[in-house]
Design a protein around this ligand. Structure first.
Ligand SMILES: [Zn+2]
Length: 279
C-alpha cells in the first residue's frame, strides 16, 4: 500500500483497480513508436490504466479524493473498459469504512472519476458514503447535463444527480478551501472545468492533479491524451502547474498510473522534465 505523511496529514493511495484504455487514446498525437518504449499494450492495443483515489486523514476528517469507476457500468461499458470495483475493499484494507468518510471530492464527473459516489440498492441509487459531504465542480455538473456528442458516453448521471438533488453534493466554483489545508483549483484542458485538489500541511504540499497529468508518463508538456477536449489548454495548464509545483516541490498524485501513483516532478537546466519517485 502506498502511504506517506505530509505535515500533520496522512496520505494513502486507494485504488479501484485497473481498467483498459486504448493506447492511442491515452497518448493522443504521440506516435506509438515513442509511447510503446514506456509501456507495452496488449494484442488489442489496450493498456492497464490505474484508478487511484487519494485518502487524506487530516486528524479531524477523512477526505476521499475521487471515487474510481464504481460498480454501475452497463454491460457494454464493462466489455470495453472492464469494471474492477475494488475501491471499497482497498479502503477497508486501509482501515476506513464507508461510514467514516467525511468528505468526498470529485475533480470532474467522467465515469472513471466519480463511480463510487453512489451504489444501487434495489431500484434506488444511494450514496456509497452515507455520512459524507460531496463536492464537485459546478461547471462540470452544468456541462454534464448537456454534454457534446463527443464525450456524452463519459457521463453517468446516477453518479452525481441524486446527490445534487438531495443536497448532499455541493458544487464548487474553483478556489474554495473545503477543509483547512484542502482546496481546489481549476485547470482547464482535459475538460473546461476540471479542478485539481491541493493538500497542504505544515509547509508541505501535495496535488491530486487528475487528468491534467494522468500518469507519470504524461509529464512532457505535449504528451496529452486524445480524450482532452482542449489540448492547447492542457499545455498552458501544465505550464502553470509546473511553475508552482516544481520549485515548491509539490508531491504530484497521478490518477491513472497503475505503477507510480505519485512523485516529485523535476526540471533540469535544459528544461527536461523527469520524475523523482516517492520512496
Ligand atoms: Zn480519467
Amino acid at each position: 500500500m502506498h502511504r506517506t505523511t505530509l505535515g500533520d496529514f496522512e496520505l494513502t493511495i486507494v485504488s479501484d483497480g485497473t481498467y483498459f484504455l486504448d493506447g492511442g487514446a491515452f497518448f493522443g498525437v504521440v506516435p506509438k513508436s515513442m509511447w510503446s518504449k514506456k509501456v507495452t499494450p496488449d494484442e488489442h492495443n489496450r493498456l492497464d490504466a490505474g484508478l487511484n483515489s487519494l485518502l487524506v486523514r487530516t486528524g479531524k476528517k477523512n477526505v476521499l479524493i475521487e471515487t474510481g469507476i464504481g460498480n454501475k457500468l452497463s454491460d457494454k461499458m464493462v466489455q470495453i473498459y472492464t469494471q474492477p470495483a475494488k475501491l471499497l475493499d482497498n479502503l477497508h484494507a486501509a482501515g476506513v469504512a464507508p461510514e467514516e468518510i467525511d468528505i468526498v471530492i470529485n475533480t470532474h464527473l467522467h465515469f472513471d472519476h466519480c463511480g463510487w459516489n453512489t451504489v444501487r440498492n434495489d431500484a434506488k441509487v444511494v450514496p456509497a458514503f452515507p455520512r459524507a459531504k460531496y463536492y464537485a465542480p459546478e461547471g462540470e455538473w452544468q456541462y454534464a447535463r448537456h454534454p457534446s456528442e463527443r464525450d456524452a458516453i463519459s457521463f453517468i448521471s446516477e453518479n452525481y444527480d441524486p446527490l445534487v438533488e438531495s443536497g448532499q453534493m455541493t458544487l464548487l466554483r474553483g478556489g474554495e478551501e473545503i477543509v483547512p489545508g484542502i482546496s481546489v483549483k481549476t485547470f482547464p484542458g482535459h475538460t473546461a472545468h476540471m479542478q485539481a485538489v491541493i493538500v497542504s500541511s505544515r509547509g508541505r504540499t501535495a496535488c491530486y492533479i487528475s487528468d491534467l497529468i494522468p500518469t507519470s508518463m504524461h509529464i512532457n508538456l505535449t504528451w496529452g491524451m486524445a480524450f482532452d477536449l482542449f489540448p492547447l489548454q492542457t499545455i498552458e495548464s501544465r505550464k502553470q502547474y509546473y511553475a508552482q509545483a516544481i520549485p515548491q516541490r509539490w508531491l504530484t498524485v497521478f490518477t491513472h498510473d497503475d505503477q507510480t501513483p505519485w512523485g516529485y516532478i523535476e526540471k533540469d537546466e535544459k528544461g527536461k522534465l523527469s520524475l523523482e519517485k516517492l520512496t
